[in-house]
Design a protein around this ligand. Structure first.
Ligand code: SAM
Ligand code: SF4
Length: 333
């Protein structure tokens, strides 16, 4: 294996998130505009290029690989990619996982398990079918719930990701918690982030700070702060009354950058060293320019050498400062 990837702040980069498509079968209001223009196919990395890229990162010390999008399971032939990646498991790669909206899980849960996936994140913001349709613009909650059931039958451990949205799912906090307890699923809340131009949707109107959500939980339950951290923006508490572990992803109110161990690659092969900064490196050019991996490795090392210390998101000035113009579906959430 090559020398590990260490950035200028002595952070070891061993977690890669890869977006395999910018397309999605939903249009969540906080993530995409209703009418999105998607990239022409030739811009996207092919499945073979994705395999080469991810395998190179694994050789360079990546131990956890998360596949995301867009909706990763709408990418044609994506199971071929997962099956290919499974060859690194049990060797240099510790974990192969994905973040999905769950719409295609009925079909893909078992093949994913067969490819070595053990845990998945499923995004779900409400348990009300009407509200679910409204927030995703055209998703079916029923289909997602069938997908979740299929994933559990296949033996996949599930973490639900819920974006905290003011005036939308505030009233469902305890229902979501109870549902996850009954289904034995983990639950993580995400604070809404200023990504992309959402047109009519005013982001500050949607902002429900997780410290408020947490305070509401604490009115009913005893919360114990847990020490374990993932190198990412998630912090965890245990609810003593139910034994549940709840995560909070608060990239805006807390700075998590000092322990950041991750980088992201978009579906066009752009390497973003920080979710909240515009700087990136094009990895598609070296991938396509040569069959040898040396130029690609070189481009990756040069990029990691300029990974910034942190991001500039800030809601506190009552304007969305440090806003990044690209959508989450582009970088992969
Ligand atoms: N389609 C898949 C899904 O929804 O899980 C994977 C991609 S999606 C971009 C990844 C995660 O980003 C989802 O949990 C979604 O809720 C979250 N997300 C999207 N836009 C966001 C935003 N503006 N702020 C916070 N989270 C966002
Ligand atoms: Fe699609 Fe996921 Fe974005 Fe929703 S959050 S529009 S499911 S990519």
């Amino acid at each position: 294996m090559n020398a590990p990837l260490i950035d200028p702040f002595a952070r070891k980069i061993d977690y890669l998130r890869v977006s395999v498509t910018d397309r999605c079968d939903f249009r969540c209001t906080y993530c995409m505009a209703e009418h999105m223009t998607f990239l022409p196919k030739k811009e996207l990395l092919t499945l073979e290029e994705l395999d080469r890229l991810c395998s190179t990162f694994v050789r360079m010390g990546v131990r956890k690989l998360r596949i995301t999008g867009g909706e990763p399971l709408v990418r044609k032939g994506i199971m071929t990619f997962f099956e290919g990646m499974s060859r690194h498991l049990g060797g240099p790669l510790d974990e192969l996982t994905l973040t999905t909206n769950g719409s295609q899980l009925e079909r893909f849960a078992q093949p994913l398990r067969d490819a070595g996936v053990r845990r998945i994140n499923v995004s779900l913001d409400t348990l009300d079918p009407e509200k679910f349709r409204a927030i995703t613009r055209w998703g079916s909650l029923d289909k997602v719930r069938r997908g979740i059931a299929a994933a559990q039958d296949a033996g996949l451990r599930i973490k639900i990701n819920t974006v905290a949205l003011k005036g939308f799912n505030e009233g469902e906090l305890f229902d979501l918690l109870a549902w996850c307890a009954v289904e034995d699923m983990d639950l993580t809340f995400i604070e809404v982030m200023p990504m992309g131009d959402m047109g009519e949707v005013q982001r500050l109107d949607q902002y429900w700070p997780l410290k408020d959500l947490r305070a509401r939980l604490a009115e009913r339950f005893t919360l114990t702060e847990l020490a374990h951290r993932t190198g990412g923006p998630a912090r965890y508490v245990r609810i003593e009354e139910t034994g549940q572990q709840i995560g909070f992803i608060t990239p805006l109110t807390h700075n998590f950058c000092e322990s950041c161990n991750r980088v992201r690659v978009t579906c066009t092969g752009e390497l973003y060293m920080c979710l909240g900064q515009e700087d990136m490196a094009d990895l598609r050019a070296p991938l396509r320019a040569s069959e040898a991996d040396a130029p690609l490795e070189d481009a990756i090392r040069r990029a990691i050498a300029r990974k910034p210390k942190g991001h500039d998101f800030d809601y506190s000035r009552q304007a969305v400062e440090g806003q990044v113009t690209r959508h989450m579906s582009h970088t992969g959430g």
